[in-house]
Ligand binder design. Structure first.
Ligand code: NAD
Length: 270
């Protein structure tokens, strides 16, 4: 299927590892120009090289345009500068993946007000800022795709993840509200809600559990997968495929949606 993404300019936030990295690689394979940011410069440089190689392998010669910037998505000026640089170097942004690290774990009594403020800045404010910077241009040009990564915590609170369970639904509400405003201008806004996927974030979670409890990594994984009908963790490429479809020309009638990718974990009819 031709996704119609060749030559498009894509902004991929938090893209050196995990889902962001998988999306950047898929975009390059589709012939898109990719602007990537994340916090760690070294990881970012390695991912950028892989993205460039994939683009050149598939499209040859001049393909594989990648721009990188090490930044934190909560840094207002750094994000503004990165969007401007992307537009001047790669062209106006057609596709945007709104993504960041997850807010820290904890239950109500573990969390101070400062934790709530930091989680708001990381999860909701950063998404609002990016949409403010990119959506008006997409509307003016009459085409665009915004995809936000949330979590299955938009559907039900997840144990020990209170900050995510409260703030992610607000990101979904932003998705839905913006989709209404953007739809008449040919711009779609959707989100994806992943369950457990095998990214570096989940590997860190497994290592922490092993350290805390002395159990084996496979015990942690099987405790999770026993509730997942597909019987395994997802791979980042599986979520990336879904995101690429949402970004494609083909997904022009899909907007305001939250697509859940969880191997059947959440038990809800609708
Ligand atoms: P990951 O740790 O594998 O990769 C995260 C990437 O984000 C890295 O490139 C890191 O440098 C970058 N990053 C983190 N915080 C940043 C910040 N403040 N500014 C800029 N870059 C930042 O994580 P992942 O699994 O790909 O997770 C991505 C998002 O998906 C997170 O919000 C996570 O909570 C959410 N999520 C993940 C899963 C899962 O199973 N992996 C499930 C549900 C939700």
């Amino acid at each position: 299927m031709d996704l119609g993404l060749k030559g498009k300019t894509a902004l991929v936030m938090a893209g050196s590892r995990g889902f962001g990295r998988a999306v950047a690689l898929e975009l390059a394979a589709e012939g898109a120009k990719v602007a990537l940011c994340a916090r760690n410069e070294e990881d970012l440089a390695n991912t950028a090289e892989d993205v460039r190689l994939v683009g050149q392998e598939v499209w040859g010669g001049m393909a594989g345009s990648v721009l990188t910037q090490a930044l934190d998505v909560t840094d207002d000026q750094a994000v503004r500068d990165f969007v401007s640089l992307t537009e001047s170097e790669l062209g106006p942004v057609d596709l945007m993946l709104v993504n960041a690290g997850g807010p820290p774990a904890g239950n109500f009594e573990d969390l101070h007000l400062d934790d709530w403020k930091a989680a708001y800045e990381l999860t909701l404010e950063s998404a609002v800022r990016l949409c403010q910077l990119v959506l008006p241009g997409m509307k003016k040009r009459g085409w665009g795709r915004i995809v936000q990564i949330t979590s299955i915590s938009v559907l039900q609170p997840v144990e020990n993840l209170l900050l995510s369970s409260v703030l992610r639904p607000a990101v979904q509400a932003l998705t839905k509200a913006l989709s209404d405003e953007a739809a008449p201008f040919g711009v779609t806004v959707n989100s994806v809600a992943p369950g457990f996927h095998n990214t570096s974030a989940v590997q860190r979670l497994i290592a922490k559990k092993v350290e805390q409890t002395g159990c084996k990594p496979e015990d942690v994984i099987s405790a999770w997968t026993s509730d997942i009908p597909v019987g395994r963790l997802g791979e980042p490429e599986e979520l990336a495929g879904l995101i690429l479809f949402l970004m494609s020309q083909r997904a022009s009638y899909l907007t305001g949606q939250c697509l859940v990718s969880d191997g059947g974990w959440v038990k809800k009819t609708f």
